[in-house]
Design a protein around this ligand. Structure first.
Ligand code: FAD
Length: 382
């Protein structure tokens, strides 16, 4: 790139920071505008599959983001009696690491700063235009060669540009928290596993993220009001998952957040010189643990598609090429993540049969893991 182009990014979350780093590493002058008073992760832990790990490697954030991370060997589902529904080994060539969200965000922030990205906090974007303009709550405005909305599920950039096709809030959500790990938390048969336990429409997901911390996700329908209260109704969750009482008892030392599941579809990911990505453009429920991976992957892809652009007038066409190249896989992942969520509402014995048979079917496994097996644009991975 001969002339330095500039980008203004709304949102300093996983996707915004990955996009900012990828652009700055390619010579762009980048500023991230974040609504909060600091770059801060919301949630607790995060699954990062092979595709997301390759993006982190490409950005130079891998070592820091995954230092001390947990690498599971099996993903196991259990029924209301604690019996194994299915225990799927995680193939050696398909890495899956689980990390605290804060570790990922810190690593992305650090590669951004190293690449010269400027970060402005307390900067709430209220709308955008197709001319690369972002407008802020304090009435200020910036104009850039390229503006990008990575401002999450309730994206103002998306709605103000009229890009939204549909935005649906699903009837399920999750309470997420970290608990301190203790040596005897897991029996000999549990070690090295991610364990998803079901009872009715409640799910208890146990995810070690380091030797010191375990991430718990307690998922339930939105109308299961008692189950989604904060502070966590420990008696209720212990009644549903008595074998995990020792973990449930330890809830409370870390912040707890209730995350709703949303699905966003857009008729286009850009208008003129303004684009959207991440949850702003393609939010999906977290059943496949890929929303963050897709946000990072798409941010890197965007930067790669803009690599040859030296004149801002060529940006709209590059954005169109980017969307054409990336949309298929992202929407595939979104579809399968929604499908997986359907089992929540099945009776227990039916769910057991469906999950057991589905996970044994190679075609279904290929659909579920297609994104995880993918070599994202720009990573140089074969
Ligand atoms: C329960 C749950 C579990 C999940 N588990 C996983 C998992 O294991 N693996 C995985 O890959 N994904 C997971 N996800 C999905 C993942 O969290 C999201 O896909 C990912 O965070 C999207 O990144 P993003 O940068 O697009 O949006 P966000 O992470 O939401 O970041 C948006 C940023 O923009 C800021 N912002 C918002 N509005 C404005 C504004 N108007 N102006 C300026 N800034 C603004 C926000 O403060 C935030 O910093 C999970 C989601 C949920 C709900």
């Amino acid at each position: 790139m001969t002339q330095k182009l500039n980008a203004a990014i709304a949102g300093g979350g996983i996707g915004g920071l990955a996009t900012a780093a990828a652009l700055a590493q390619r010579g762009w002058d980048v500023t991230v505008y974040e609504r909060q008073d600091a770059l801060r992760a919301v949630g607790a832990g995060l699954y990062i599959w092979e595709n997301g790990l390759r993006v982190l490697e490409a950005l130079g954030a891998y070592e820091q983001a995954t230092a001390g991370a947990f690498r599971g060997t099996h993903f196991e589902q259990r029924d209301l009696r604690g019996e194994i529904i299915e225990s799927a080994p995680i193939q050696a060539n398909k890495r899956l690491l689980t990390v605290p969200r804060s570790a990922l965000l810190d690593a992305l922030r650090d590669v951004c700063l190293k690449a010269g990205v400027k970060v402005k906090t307390c900067a709430e974007v209220i709308s955008a235009t197709s001319r690369g303009e972002l407008l802020f709550a304090n009435n200020e405005m910036v104009q850039a060669d390229l503006a990008i909305g990575v401002d999450g599920i309730w994206s103002k950039v998306r709605t103000s540009l009229g890009l939204e096709l549909s935005h649906e809030q699903l009837s399920e959500g999750a309470l997420r928290t970290m608990i301190p790990a203790e040596p005897n938390d897991f029996g000999p048969d549990d070690i090295g596993k991610y364990i998803e336990c079901w009872n009715g429409s409640r799910r208890f997901l146990i995810t070690p993220v380091s030797k010191d911390e375990t991430y718990l996700a307690l998922t339930c329908p939105h109308d299961d009001v008692q189950a989604r209260t904060i502070p966590v109704n420990k008696a209720l969750w212990t009644e549903s998952f008595p074998q995990w009482k020792h973990l449930i008892d330890r809830i409370g030392s870390s912040p707890i957040s209730w995350g709703v599941y949303g699905v966003t579809r857009c008729h286009s990911w850009s208008a003129g010189r303004t684009a959207i990505l991440g949850d702003a453009a393609h939010a999906q429920p977290p059943n496949l643990g890929q929303g963050g991976g897709m946000a990072m992957q798409n941010g890197l892809a965007l930067a790669v598609h803009l690599e040859q652009v030296t004149d801002r007038r060529d940006i709209p066409a590059a954005l169109e090429r980017w969307e054409n190249a990336e949309r298929g896989l992202i929407e595939h992942c979104q579809r399968w993540s929604i499908l997986y969520g359907e089992v929540t509402f099945l009776p227990d014995d039916v769910r057991t049969k469906v999950l057991r048979n589905a996970m044994l079917d190679p075609w279904i496994a290929e659909q579920v893991f297609r994104a995880a097996n993918h070599s994202p644009t720009g990573t140089g991975a074969a």
